[in-house]
Design a protein around this ligand. Structure first.
Ligand SMILES: *Cc1c(COP(=O)(O)O)cnc(C)c1O
Length: 401
C-alpha cells in the first residue's frame, strides 16, 4: 500500500525520526568503563520529567505492566490491603494484578467514563482508623475511557486524614504528556512506559519511587527478584544495571529526553492540550459524545468517542485501518463496540492531528454515521489556527500589511 500508516492508537505512538536514528547503533558493552556517562545523566533527567528531586527513578526492561508489578512487590507484604478504583481497562488490570499477587484488594467500581471517586476514597480512608490500607492506587489517565483523574486530590485526602498509606500512580499514558508532579502531589510510586509519551518502542518500564517508598521496601515481604529495587539501587549508583539493560532503548531514551527538554515540558503539556481540544471540537461538531462524562476530567492524551446507538465502534476502527491505513484505538472490555479512541499523544503536529480527524470523519460516514462532511475537520482547523502560538503575530502582520 503506498503512503504510510497513520498511527493514532493511544500507545504505541509515533517514533520521531531523531529517536529512530539515535537507536540505529551497534550493540555495545554495557560494562565498558564509560557507560555510566550515558546512564547517570539519564537518571537525573528522568527525575525532571517525573518532577521529583528527592525520589529515584528506575528503568526496567519491561512494558508498563512490569512497572506496576515492580511498584507493588517492592513496597507491600502478602495480604496487605490496597484500595483501587476500577473505571476502565487499565485500572481494572492493575487491580487484577494486585489480586493475583495475593493482596487484599478493595476494588471500588465506578462508571466507565468517570475518574477516581474522591468522595468514596475519603469516606473509605476516614473509616480506616487502624490504617489497614497500605496502598492507594490511582490510574492517572485511564487510557480506555479518556479520563484523567485528580491525583493531587487523593494526596490532599491522605494528608487531611493523616493516613499513612502510600500513593501509587499509573502514569503510563500521562507522564511526559500531561502535567504530572510526583513530588508536589506526594506520589510515592509513579509508573511510566516507553511507548507512549516518551515516543519510544515498547520495552522500558520506568518507575519513580519516593524516599518514603524506598523506606517501605525494607519491611515489604512480597517476593521479588527481577524487579527488586535493591539490586537497581546498588548498581544504578555507579551507572550500572543488575542485568543487561535494553541498551538500544536507552539511546532512544536519551534522545527522547533531549526532545522533551528542547521543547520544554510546559510546552509539551500545552501542545497536548491543544490537540486534544481540537479533537474534542471535532467530536462536538460531529454531534458525537465522549465517553468521559465531566469536562474537568477530559484527557489530553486520548479521546474515547461513543458511537450512536445501533452502531458498532469496531467497524469504525476496522474500516479506518482497511480503507485509509488509519489506526484508531478499539473500545476495550465494557466499552467494546461502544467507543473508538483517537490517541493524541507523543510526536504530533497540527497536520498530523488533522489527518486523524479527517480520516475519522470519512470513516464515520462510510459506516453510516452521517456526520456532516468536513464539519469536524473545519472545527479543528479553526481552533488550531486561532490558538497557534504564532497566531497573534500573524494577525498583527496582516493588519500592518
Ligand atoms: C498502556 C498502558 C498500560 C500498560 O502498559 P504496557 O506497556 O502495555 O504494559 C498501563 N496503564 C495505562 C494507563 C496505559 O495506558
Amino acid at each position: 500500500m503506498p503512503g504510510r500508516n497513520f498511527l493514532f492508537v493511544p500507545g504505541p505512538t509515533n517514533i520521531p525520526e531523531r529517536i529512530r536514528r539515535a537507536m540505529d547503533v551497534p550493540l555495545e558493552d554495557h560494562r565498558r568503563s564509560d557507560y555510566p556517562s550515558i546512564t547517570l545523566p539519564l537518571f537525573e533527567d528522568l527525575k525532571k520529567v517525573f518532577r521529583t528531586r528527592t525520589g529515584k527513578v528506575f528503568i526496567f526492561p519491561s512494558s508498563g505492566t512490569g512497572g506496576w508489578e515492580a511498584a507493588i512487590t517492592n513496597t507491600l507484604s502478602p495480604g496487605d490491603k490496597v484500595l483501587q478504583a476500577r473505571f476502565g481497562q487499565f485500572s481494572l488490570l492493575w487491580a487484577d494484578l494486585c489480586v493475583r499477587l495475593g493482596l487484599d484488594t478493595q476494588i471500588e467500581d465506578v462508571e466507565w467514563g468517570e475518574g477516581v471517586p474522591l468522595d468514596r476514597y475519603r469516606a473509605i480512608l476516614a473509616a480506616d482508623k487502624s490504617h489497614a490500607i497500605k496502598a492507594v492506587l490511582v490510574t492517572h489517565n485511564e487510557t480506555a475511557t479518556g479520563v484523567t483523574s485528580d491525583v493531587h486530590g487523593v494526596r490532599r485526602i491522605l494528608d487531611d486524614l493523616k493516613h499513612p498509606a502510600l500513593l501509587y500512580v499509573d502514569g503510563v499514558s500521562s507522564i511526559g504528556c500531561l502535567d504530572f508532579r510526583m513530588e508536589e502531589w506526594g506520589v510515592d510510586l509513579a509508573v511510566a512506559g516507553s511507548q507512549k509519551g516518551f515516543m519510544l518502542p515498547t520495552g522500558l518500564g520506568i518507575v519513580g519511587v519516593s524516599q518514603k517508598a524506598l523506606e517501605a521496601r525494607k519491611t515489604a515481604q512480597m517476593r521479588r527478584c527481577y524487579f527488586d529495587f535493591d539490586d537497581q539501587l546498588r548498581m544504578n549508583e555507579g551507572g550500572w544495571f543488575p542485568y543487561t539493560p535494553a541498551m538500544t532503548l536507552i539511546h532512544g531514551l536519551r534522545e527522547s529526553l533531549n526532545m522533551l527538554f528542547e521543547e520544554g515540558l510546559e510546552n509539551v503539556y500545552a501542545r497536548h492540550h491543544r490537540y486534544a481540544e481540537a479533537t474534542r471540537r471535532a467530536v462536538a461538531a460531529w454531534g458525537l459524545k465522549l465517553c468521559a462524562r465531566d469536562p474537568a476530567c477530559y484527557s489530553d492524551t486520548v479521546s474515547a468517542i461513543l458511537v450512536p446507538e445501533g452502531f458498532d465502534s469496531t467497524a469504525v476502527v476496522n474500516t479506518a485501518y482497511q480503507r485509509y491505513n488509519l489506526s484508531l484505538g478499539l473500545g476495550l472490555n465494557k466499552v467494546a463496540g461502544k467507543v473508538f479512541r483517537i490517541g493524541h499523544l507523543g510526536d504530533l503536529n497540527e497536520l498530523m492531528i488533522l489527518s486523524a480527524i479527517a480520516g475519522t470523519e470519512m470513516v464515520l460516514r462510510d459506516v453510516g454515521i452521517m456526520v456532516d462532511a468536513g464539519s469536524g475537520t473545519a472545527a479543528a482547523q479553526e481552533y488550531l489556527r486561532a490558538t497557534h502560538p504564532a497566531s497573534q503575530g500573524a494577525e498583527g502582520l496582516r493588519k500592518t500589511a
